[in-house]
Design a protein around this ligand. Structure first.
Ligand code: SF4
Ligand code: SF4
Length: 225
């Protein structure tokens, strides 16, 4: 029942059993990350029409701004979805915490901001691409994510770790205007947040909206054109 409800609200979803990777998770985030055993991972698609115009955004500030707004609005939308799931779980009599909205909860503290990459990979619904974005087979990286940990009994829905499907592809490497992606399998080494940030800052200095989404647009797993 619970996962049917989650599916009805999500574009992609899955369940991770945090106990399978508890040592690594606790090392990164602290003990509270394993307060509840299961993590429901929800992916919500960005507006396809707006994403499809990203290549035009480098020469058109209105298009860049439209993408920037969509990017931030998608966080509001996924927050709404997460709260609906939270209410549903509570109505069933179980506990849960939305990891991306920890400021709401007094009894859970993490050492660092939670990354949905950790939960989606463990749930088997995505991998971290060379561009360091959480990438799915169905929609590439064109999604916004949320993770809800819970003690609701979800063992039958848990997935297995998804390995990268990037393979020999280097489309985002070639397309990145900031030279921030190199062709290595390990996303920690292939993606430079400094170079990415420098490029986006340079756009801002030139008076453009502070946004660049070429790596999100170009990935062939999402780009079906
Ligand atoms: S956001 Fe732009 S600059 Fe940063 S990695 Fe992606 S394509 Fe490169
Ligand atoms: S464009 Fe290719 S290399 Fe880059 S994240 Fe997508 S599949 Fe991986």
């Amino acid at each position: 029942m619970l996962m049917d409800y989650v599916k009805s609200l999500s574009d992609v979803c899955g369940v991770a059993d945090f106990r399978k990777d508890s040592q690594q998770l606790i090392e990164t985030y602290g003990q509270d990350i394993c307060k509840y055993p299961y993590a429901i991972v929800i992916g919500h698609r960005l507006n396809e029409e707006i994403v499809s115009k990203i290549p035009l955004s480098y020469n058109d500030d209105d298009i860049a701004e439209e993408y920037q707004n969509e990017y931030f609005n998608s966080f509001k939308r996924i927050s709404g979805i997460s709260h609906k799931v939270e209410d549903y779980i509570h109505d069933l009599g179980y506990n849960c915490v939305i990891l991306n909205e920890l400021e709401k909860y007094e009894d859970i503290h993490l050492k660092t901001r939670f990354s949905n990459k950790a939960s989606a990979k463990l749930a088997g619904i995505g991998w971290i691409g060379k561009n360091n974005l959480l990438t799915t087979r169905e929609y590439g990286p064109r999604l916004t994510w949320s993770t809800i940990i819970t003690d609701a009994p979800l063992s039958k829905y848990t997935g297995n770790v998804m390995e990268s499907l990037c393979g020999d592809c280097n489309i985002c490497v070639k397309a990145c205007p900031g030279g921030a992606i190199v062709n290595l399998d390990n996303p920690r080494k292939s993606y430079s947040p400094i170079k990415c940030g420098d490029y986006i800052k340079s756009r801002k200095k030139e008076g453009h909206p502070t946004v660049c989404g070429m790596c999100l647009y170009i990935c062939p797993y999402g780009n079906k054109i």
